[in-house]
Design a protein around this ligand. Structure first.
Ligand code: 4AD
Ligand code: MG
Length: 465
């Protein structure tokens, strides 16, 4: 394996004269008169390591197999490079080809591929410059998120992936079963889920929030970071059926504190990734979004606009636009409305609070007006909603009423006994939010399709790899 200090990223920083070994995959090979130049990368760096292979070091048949996509290892000496773009190059003393990649067959020949044609090549696209930059940013973003919460004393909690409750009460869940569906379809009887693995109907979680609330009632400040699943048939550039969500949950916290934390969280992620991944972001900006750095700086430097849903509706009605979805108090804001507010009107992130209770989840705290709830959505340019959250209903009777009033939509009071118990035993004002990790990735990388910021996208009709 590659030892620390021996990644291409590290070798590029070492001094001439060192004897080193490099391992990785060939980007290209160019042949000079008596020398071959090989661009080598192991995914650690946006810059390749140039390997200089003199004629005769390995037999011509081996040289011929050093083609784009081949896996090789090289030993030799780092020497000062005369070429531009790198300080050192590796003069090969020995070279081994571990796996060739037939140029007639290997799909990723040296040229710019469009992102759509790379999607069916999910097993190879991580080797391209674009995707290695995206996935390095993804890695750095994970670290930035943990860093943000850990340095504030938040406890990281793993919410279950299999769940018996519908956290959003929205009913778009994938069912999990160990029953033999083929055998069942041959029976005329209704399915008895008591015979299923868990003795009841279970689903892939849509959100870890309710479990995070349990932990917030023991550790005060907690966060989850894990996969969540939505069986909505939304074939858009911003929706996945399987995506990662970060869900902080805080006791002794109201909607103001919640907004402050969300704003600080977004700013910190951008700052950390700008610090850790500048060369990758420069690459992505060059090829995909010339405004990337401007947008990232705006997020860091602006104080987020905070408006109520009612104000947002008034602004949208005043906009004099021909909306595809007409805006009326009581209807949910659509992507076109969110983007108008954040991209055109305020030109910075906007937090909208106080949505009508009918369009938000059952657990959000009722406001005194009887019509709205203490919800908040954070909207950012190019993406729209990046965070959704709320102050939670901590009053037992009010919560029970809400759950009962959702019975018609299939909510079962019995299933929420433990959630109600939290309000009976040591309950407290609390709040939290969920950030779509891939939405943040789109914001940070300038990628326009959410399928291009997750290693293996799951969307309607697509679960390859
Ligand atoms: O607004 P949502 O549905 O909120 C919740 O799930 C709450 N339980 C969060 C909480 O308060 N703890 O989802 C939160 C965020 C959205 O703002 C969006 O960024 C992202 O998750 N999201 C999706 N990302 C990709 N694909 C989808 N299908 C998404 N659905 C939501
Ligand atoms: Mg939402």
């Amino acid at each position: 394996m590659i030892q620390p200090g021996n990644y291409v990223r590290d070798l590029l920083r070492r001094a001439p004269g060192d004897t080193v070994s490099a391992k990785g995959w060939v980007k290209t090979r160019r042949d000079g008169k008596s020398v071959h130049f090989i661009q080598l990368n192991d995914g650690s760096s946006p810059t390749d390591l140039q390997v200089v292979l003199d004629a005769g070091v390995v037999p011509p048949a081996v040289v011929a197999s050093i083609t784009t996509g081949a896996c090789i290892s090289v030993e030799g000496e780092l020497v000062a490079s005369l070429g531009k773009g790198q300080a050192v190059e590796l003069k090969a003393k020995t070279l081994v080809v571990h796996g060739a990649a037939d140029p007639e067959e290997y799909p990723l020949q040296k040229k710019k591929h469009n992102l759509e044609t790379l999607r069916p090549l999910g097993h190879l696209r991580a080797r391209t410059n674009t995707f290695s930059a995206v996935f390095r940013v993804r890695n750095a973003l994970c670290r930035a998120i943990h860093q943000f919460f850990q340095e504030r004393g938040f406890l990281y909690v793993h919410a279950p992936v299999i769940s018996a409750s519908d956290a959003e009460g929205a009913g778009s869940m994938f069912q999990v079963t160990a029953l033999d569906l083929d055998a069942l379809t041959k029976q005329a009887k209704p399915v008895d889920f008591e015979q299923d693995f868990f003795g009841k109907r279970t689903y892939l979680t849509v959100s870890g929030q309710l479990e995070a609330e349990i932990f917030a009632h023991a550790f005060a400040n907690v966060y989850t970071f894990g996969p969540t699943f939505r069986a909505e048939n939304s074939n858009t550039p911003r929706h996945l059926a399987e995506f990662y969500m970060i869900e902080p949950e805080m006791a002794f916290c109201d909607l103001e504190d919640n907004q402050d934390l969300a704003e600080a969280f977004l700013k910190s992620q951008v700052e950390q990734v700008l610090r850790d991944c500048r060369p990758d972001l420069e690459f992505l900006s060059k090829w995909y979004d010339p405004d990337l750095f401007k947008n990232l700086e705006t997020l860091i430097n602006s104080s987020f606009e905070r408006i109520s849903y009612t104000e947002a509706v008034a602004l949208l009605q005043k906009a004099g636009r021909n909306w595809e979805f007409p805006v009326d108090w009581g209807t949910d804001l659509q992507s076109e409305h969110e983007r108008y507010l954040t991209e055109e009107l305020f030109r910075k992130p906007v937090i909208v609070t106080g949505y009508p209770k009918e369009i938000k989840a059952f657990y959000m705290r009722s406001n005194d007006d009887g019509k709205t709830v203490a919800a908040m959505d954070v909207l950012v340019p190019r993406i729209g909603e990046i965070i959704g959250g709320s102050q939670r209903e901590e009053r037992y009777d009010v919560l029970l009423d809400k759950i009962r009033s959702h019975a018609a939509h299939g909510m079962k009071e019995e299933a929420y006994w433990w959630y109600l118990d939290l309000r009976r035993f040591g309950g407290v004002e609390h709040a939290g939010f969920g950030m779509g990790f891939e939405r943040m990735m789109m914001y940070l990388t300038g990628m326009k399709n959410i399928r291009d910021v997750i290693p293996f996208p799951r969307t309607p009709g697509n679960a390859e790899f």
